[in-house]
Design a protein around this ligand. Structure first.
Ligand SMILES: [Zn+2]
Ligand SMILES: [Zn+2]
Length: 135
């Protein structure tokens, strides 16, 4: 049985549904995610692109680096997605944009070398100083 979960932005202009389990879910402490989301850290759930269906408006895309695009609602500004040329066929969805963020449980921290001293949480999860090894 593959579950379907839904989410979207604060104003509802961007909505999506996701079928099946994430490839991977983790909390990123990198400075790029921090700035983009204006938040101390960002929880991401990675899916294959075909698992995610956008309805209504598509996210607007901002190239935060030559390789990467960050998707957000053009009306209310909620950060929704991350795609990159080094992650072909994959899309990260911001766990905080899910209607039920409890539906996805991150399994590790990454870029922990950049974490804010006061943003120390989910301490039972492994902490990787940079990107975890992909296997
Ligand atoms: Zn919106
Ligand atoms: Zn990051």
């Amino acid at each position: 049985m593959s579950q379907t979960i839904e989410g979207g932005c604060q104003c509802g202009a961007v909505r999506y549904s996701i079928s099946g389990e994430p490839v991977f879910a983790a909390i990123c402490h990198c400075s790029m995610c921090r700035r983009a989301h204006a938040a101390p850290a960002v929880a991401w759930a990675m899916y294959r692109e075909e698992q995610v269906q956008f309805k209504n408006a598509q996210p607007k895309l901002y190239s935060s680096s030559p390789e990467a695009k960050r998707g957000f609602c053009g009306t209310c500004g909620t950060q929704i997605s991350f795609t990159a040329s080094f992650l072909p066929g994959l899309i990260d969805i911001a766990v905080g944009s899910l209607d039920n963020p409890e539906a996805v449980k991150p399994t590790l921290h990454y870029w922990y070398s950049k974490h804010l001293s006061w943003a120390d949480f989910a301490g039972t999860l492994p902490r990787h100083p940079e990107l975890p090894p992909f296997s």
